[in-house]
Design a protein around this ligand. Structure first.
Ligand code: PLP
Length: 350
């Protein structure tokens, strides 16, 4: 596939911003290049625009080369970079699955890119023919999400592969929740996937939502275009340092992932006995999509008891559904108790 031909012409010919520090290769002693304050703190200097040390650690952890990584201010920023790199406003088109994460459409709308929604089937799996139908040269980016938010399931990998093979533009596979799943990341197959960008994040299993750090993995060619478009200092010093300390503590992250998976099963088992729970969708993520009887009232009831969950009932094929994140064991216990209490009280008052 000719990736360069998918890139917007103004981006292909763009001369990106370059700082003196990024151009300098040795160990500098005096920094008089960037109009910073000279008074030493943890933050008086600009961060490394290439995030070399952090990317080195991520490359080792993921088994990819540094040139195959882009880091962003959350995956949200990388989603925006992808759209701005490949899609010409008012001309090009992005497709995204539905129901799924809302930012694909929001980013496309902000950038004035046309959107096409591809409905998942009743098991929330991918329809290969639907995804690939009626493609034109303007269909630049297809967003898939696996495990999918808000449904929690993995998309079938044979269907994802068929879609990657048949799609003539870029396929983004958002793996924000992959650490909670019984499946390897697509990054393990990156060398055979010339038109794929895999997204991951520090916001979920890595416990760093407040740091705002997203990761994109792709061929070095795709990454080189995205890097041209990104703001030079998009990942701050503190975030780079904290991300490295998270990466060093693999055992802690692994034990938290294991706990989330155990707790997920605990919540499923507890709520399976509740007759007002109509369906609990199978989840490979750190949340559950659940169809409830009187979901709106339950949602309000939980809020009145200071427990916030997410109402997803207006999303396609999600009527009556609420999404609950798996929290600490005692938080999950409180949720289960309140749900049971709500329906018991309802019975009494009926
Ligand atoms: C599927 C998916 N992708 C991306 C994100 C955003 O991640 P980040 O915090 O890295 O911007 C989320 C956040 O909820 C998500 O659910």
């Amino acid at each position: 596939m000719n990736i360069a031909s998918l890139v917007r012409e103004n981006i292909r010919s763009l001369t990106p911003f370059s700082s003196a520090r990024a151009e300098f290769k040795g160990e500098a002693e005096v920094f008089l290049d960037a109009n910073e304050s000279p008074y030493q703190t943890d933050y008086n200097r600009y961060p490394d625009p290439h995030q070399r040390e952090l990317k080195g650690m991520i490359a080792t952890a993921q088994g990819v080369k540094q040139e195959q990584i882009i880091l962003g201010n959350g995956s949200d920023e990388i989603i925006d970079l992808i759209v701005r790199t490949f899609c010409e406003p008012k001309q090009d088109i992005v497709r995204y699955i539905s129901p799924s994460f809302g930012m694909y459409k929001v980013v496309a709308d902000i950038n004035d890119i046309k959107c096409e929604e591809i409905s998942l089937d009743t098991d929330f799996d991918l329809g290969v023919d639907l995804c690939l139908a009626d493609q034109t040269a303007h269909h630049k980016v297809l967003f898939l999400c696996s495990p999918n938010n808000p449904t929690g399931n993995l998309l079938s990998s044979d269907r994802v592969k068929a879609v990657i093979d048949g799609w003539q533009g870029i396929v983004v596979i958002d793996e924000a929740y992959i650490e909670f799943a019984d499946q390897d990341s697509m990054t393990t197959q990156l060398s055979q996937l010339e038109n794929v960008i895999v997204l991951q994040t520090f916001s979920k299993a890595m416990g760093g939502a407040g740091l705002r750090l997203g990761m994109g993995f792709a061929s070095s060619q795709i990454i080189s275009y995205l890097v041209k478009v990104k703001p030079p200092y998009n990942v701050n010093n503190h975030t780079q340092a904290m991300a490295m300390s998270i990466l060093k503590d693999v055992d802690l992250t692994q034990s938290r992932i294991a706990e989330a998976r155990t707790e997920r099963q605990k919540v499923v088992s507890a709520l399976s006995n509740q007759t007002n729970v109509k369906k609990i969708y199978p989840s490979e993520a750190n949340f559950l999509l659940i169809r409830f009887e009187k979901h709106k009232e339950l949602y309000q009831y939980l809020m009145s008891h200071r427990v916030i969950i997410r109402d997803r009932s207006s999303q396609l094929n999600c009527a009556g559904c609420l999404r609950v994140t798996i929290g600490l064991p005692e938080e999950n216990d409180r949720l289960i108790k309140l749900i049971n209490q709500y329906y018991e009280e309802g019975t009494v008052h009926r």
